[in-house]
Write a protein that binds this ligand. Sequence first.
Ligand SMILES: Cc1ncc(COP(=O)(O)O)c(C=O)c1O
Length: 394
Amino acid sequence: MNADPRFDQIIDRRGTHCTKWDMMQAAYGVPADDGLAMWVADMDFRPPQCVLDAVQAQVDHGIIGYYGDDRPYLDAIRWWMKTRHGWSVDAGAVFTTHGLVNGTAMCVDTWTAPGDGVVLFTPVYHAFARVIKAAGRRVIECELAFDGTTYSTDFDAWDAQVEGSGAKMMILCSPHNPNGRVWTREELEGYAAFARRHDLILVSDEIHHDLVYPGQTHIPMANIDGIDDRLVMMTATTKTFNIAGCHSGNVIVPDDRLRAQFAARMAAMGMSPNSFGLFMATAAYSPEGAAWVDDLMVYLDGNRRVFDTGIDAIPGVRSVPLQATYLSWVDFADTGMPRDEFTRRVEQDARIAANHGTTFGKGGESFLRFNLATPRSNVEAAVERMQKAFADLQ
Ligand SMILES: Cc1ncc(COP(=O)(O)O)c(C=O)c1O
């Protein structure tokens, strides 16, 4: 299996105020000293050198003032979306928020009112429901169909559920976290038609769009015909380049009327971006950044193979095959164990912190989510610990 010193290197993150390693004991009771942190979606790898250099240049200069003239930043975004995703972005349509959870909250605030429904396709990234509920809106959970291996859409069931529900918005995760699906053109057209049928704003969170495995092609929702007048795209450098701490993301609104509404909310909230996020993104969206992402995906592909082979060898435990993302979605249903039991074995016996499936909404009950963006030796250790924790099933 491919080795790469940049990704094989163990960088001890303990004691650095990182959520993933420094909070796992508090969150899961997994011991800080020899636990394996496989929950929060950031990577245990350094970003490409061009990104670190961009930060270093700010430190070397020594004055961290207000940022001005975002043309290089916007050019970098346009170049990246065009060359990596075949998507032509209008620079005037780009807003920068404090990450995409903040971007989601801003969308909910702009286009829905308290009491309105927001449709999610579950199981899905948990922070969507968190911000929707915190804003006094209702989550409408449309559960994805699952055949034991693959997730798919279920528009007939969802139509019946959403009709007359007071839904005003839907949030799509594309590619999907946590099931790892890269939606096909046909599926995306289905989601777009669903938004039109129910008169919903379609927010497409594409934060994982660069983390796609060989043989898969992500299609931006913006490249689907006939949806621009109700579409909001969300992208970021943070997952791709492992710079989530800079809390920076883009909300891209193609339609003039929607754009004016979003601009008004941004102004009302006094939003303006942090300079580090802009400097890092400008450096990342470059040929050097692109080459690094290509190498990263080769490495992650190796990690997912090691993990899937080892996990699928445990009777009754199954890792859903990933088309994108480094977040493995593992189903314990066929072990016949209650949720408390398989969770206890993972946390206390294997000493691994993994996200609980229930936090992702309906359909997540028998799952845990494991983050594989860590040196291969950690993935191998995780497999070994898991096989031991479930050895009685062999
Ligand atoms: C689908 C999705 N959106 C947003 C985020 C987080 O975005 P941010 O850190 O920019 O708030 C994540 C993090 O895992 C995610 O998976």
